[in-house]
Ligand binder design. Structure first.
Ligand code: DAH
Length: 339
């Protein structure tokens, strides 16, 4: 029986050495050490031995059993760590590979120009105010001295939401709100969207942007208007840009002007951007009409002021030589990526 034991030991250890998978180990364990396993069978077979041989034999079998159990445990550890290593190798990441670049957002060209414009006016002591896009006739027209029969008030030009409620056609409405709320000295700009019932084409859009400006104080004259607006135009277009003031008309200013700058695309010779005449109109302005001041409770005998309305879209398209205003509103990423 001893020989049988030794043969079993040798065969089992040799077999164990060749195993590679956890499943094979388990089968091996059941086959040798399980309830119906070979080693267990040996223990059972002891009944056939003479009683005096049994203790020694039992000891030997238990020894074999322990030996095999230890060998199995060792093998199991070996297999587990080999498998773990294989998995680590297979799942290896190359951390030196270049990553996927994230698509970065950027400012819309209108916002780039607006930020410059705000900088320029803030450095001249203006502050920035906000006004509602939905306005009443009072703020958009009445208080701005726009008479009842003025064509701007027509349904064909203005989007009415209800009687006496409309989408503002001009940021000038913010002048009135500001003067009603504050006492002079006032120096403010109000950027925002405005709405007009215009057909869409390369230079017109029913939604566009203005920046309103207002200065009210004692002793403000046309010279202040000229100085501020010239300074602004030079900062936006460069100091060699020529600035021209043309007499014009707005119901809320007297006198009124329109301001042109020499075309930055052709330097004033005439090209497609300036439609051949060498100048580009960028804003309307004027001395605030005494009736408008008085209507807001500001005494026109004591105070005077000037106001202006800048076309932000025009400023942006001329600065970046954008040929079609629609590009500003379509939000095509290929266009926006260029700024
Ligand atoms: N609101 C005028 C427009 O939409 C622009 C304008 C002109 C604004 C003269 C002013 C101003 O404040 O004084 O065409």
């Amino acid at each position: 029986m001893k020989e049988q034991l030794n043969a079993l030991r040798e065969r089992a250890l040799a077999e164990l050495a060749d195993l590679e998978q956890p499943k094979e180990l388990e089968e091996f364990r059941v086959r040798l050490l399980g309830k119906k396993g070979e080693v267990t069978a040996l223990l059972r077979g002891m009944g056939a031995l003479p009683a005096e041989d049994r203790p020694a034999m039992g000891q030997l079998i238990n020894q074999l059993r322990n030996e095999l159990e230890n060998a199995l445990d060792a093998k199991e550890q070996e297999i587990t760590s080999r498998l773990k290593e294989q998995r680590l190798l297979a799942e290896r990441l190359d951390v030196t590979l270049p990553g996927k670049a994230a698509d970065e957002g950027g400012l819309h060209p209108l916002n780039i120009v607006l930020a410059d414009l705000i900088d320029i006016f803030q450095s001249m002591g203006f502050d920035v105010v906000d006004g509602p896009e939905v306005e009443t006739e009072h703020y958009c027209f009445e208080a701005l001295n726009v008479p009842k029969d003025h064509p701007a008030r027509d349904m064909q030009d203005t989007f009415y939401l209800a009687e006496n409620l409309l989408l503002r056609t001009q940021t000038s409405a913010a002048q009135i709100r500001t003067m009603e709320q504050r006492k002079p000295p006032i120096r403010m700009i109000c950027p925002g969207r405005v709405f007009r019932a215009d057909e869409v084409d390369a230079t017109h859009s029913p939604v566009f942007h203005q920046v309103e400006g207002l200065v009210v104080d004692k002793g403000i004259t046309m010279c202040d208007l000229k100085g501020v607006l010239e300074q602004f135009a030079h900062e936006i277009y460069g100091s060699d840009t020529k600035v021209r003031f043309r007499p014009s008309f707005f119901p809320f200013t007297e006198p009124s002007v329109e301001v042109d700058v020499s075309c930055s695309a052709c330097g004033g010779k005439g090209c497609r951007v300036c439609k051949g005449n060498g100048w580009i109109e960028i804003l309307g302005a004027g001395m605030v009409h005494p009736r408008v001041l008085a209507g807001c409770g500001i005494d026109p005998e004591v105070y005077s002021g000037f106001a202006f309305g800048i076309g932000l879209d025009r400023l942006t398209t001329t600065r970046y030589k954008i040929s079609d205003i629609r590009l500003l509103f379509e939000n095509d990423k290929r266009f926006l990526d260029q700024f």
